[in-house]
Structures are given as structure tokens and as C-alpha cells.
Ligand binder design. Structure first.
Ligand code: ZN
Length: 136
């Protein structure tokens, strides 16, 4: 749920390097999975972006892509437990929002029909100069 997700993004933002809110539904920071660029300390290619019901994480350096739920689980399992409880209180767990079962179902459906995210990454990357300054 967007409200709960936004709240927890706020709670972990201080632990994400160079965290910045780009837009109300888009956050940018250094990717904690790959550590982002070693050469350029100001590079940040990790994103939270909004889907219909949740936030997703994606890194354009290492390619890790997962729902905010799993990102939080990796980062802080205690906070993750709180988050799950809070979503449960909001009455969303297992129904309207993403659950592990739903993710695997969606994956098997999406992988045959449509692999690419509907989010216009190329536009964002051009906007932020990422495409123009690619590095290995
Ligand atoms: Zn990464």
C-alpha cells in the first residue's frame, strides 16, 4: 500500500546513501546491493518507483529488481516485521496488495507476455544524464 510504503521508505531513507526524493512517487539513491559505482561516489542508480499498489526497487547498475517488501526484508528484518503487521492492519495483506504468492504468479504470467517494466526508464535516465554518462 502506497501510504505504508512511503512511510517506511521515509524510515529507512537515512540508511540509504545519497537518498533523494525525485518526485512524490520516485526516489533515487546508491544501490545497497552492488554499492553502485566504485569510481564515482556520487553515482546513484537505485530507485524506488511507484506501481499501481506498491513501490518497487530497481537498480540500473546491477539490475536487481524487487518489490519494496523484499527490499525492506533484506535491509532490516525487524522493520520488515513491523511493516508486514502495519499492512495487515490496513487490511491489505494477501488481497489487494503484493504477497509472495502473488509475485510468483505475476512473474509466470508476465514473463511470457511482457518482460519490460511499463515505467519509462529511458526518459528518466535521459533526464538525469545517466544514459549520456554510462560507465562500465
Ligand atoms: Zn545495484
Amino acid at each position: 500500500m502506497i501510504f505504508v510504503d512511503s512511510k517506511y521508505i521515509g524510515l529507512i531513507s537515512s540508511r540509504l546513501q545519497l537518498f533523494k526524493k525525485v518526485k512524490p512517487d520516485l526516489y533515487n539513491f546508491r544501490c545497497p546491493y552492488c554499492g553502485d559505482s566504485k569510481k564515482h561516489k556520487n553515482k546513484k542508480r537505485g530507485y524506488f518507483y511507484k506501481t499501481k499498489t506498491d513501490f518497487n526497487f530497481k537498480c540500473h547498475n546491477c539490475g536487481v529488481s524487487k518489490s519494496f517488501t523484499y527490499f525492506l526484508k533484506d535491509l532490516d528484518s525487524q522493520l520488515y516485521d513491523q511493516y508486514v503487521l502495519e499492512r495487515y492492519r490496513e487490511g491489505l495483506t494477501g488481497k489487494a496488495s503484493v504477497t509472495p504468492e502473488q509475485i510468483s504468479k505475476n512473474l509466470s504470467i508476465n514473463q511470457s507476455s511482457r518482460r519490460r517494466s511499463v515505467f519509462p526508464w529511458h526518459l528518466l535516465m535521459i533526464e538525469q544524464g545517466i544514459i549520456l554518462s554510462e560507465e562500465s
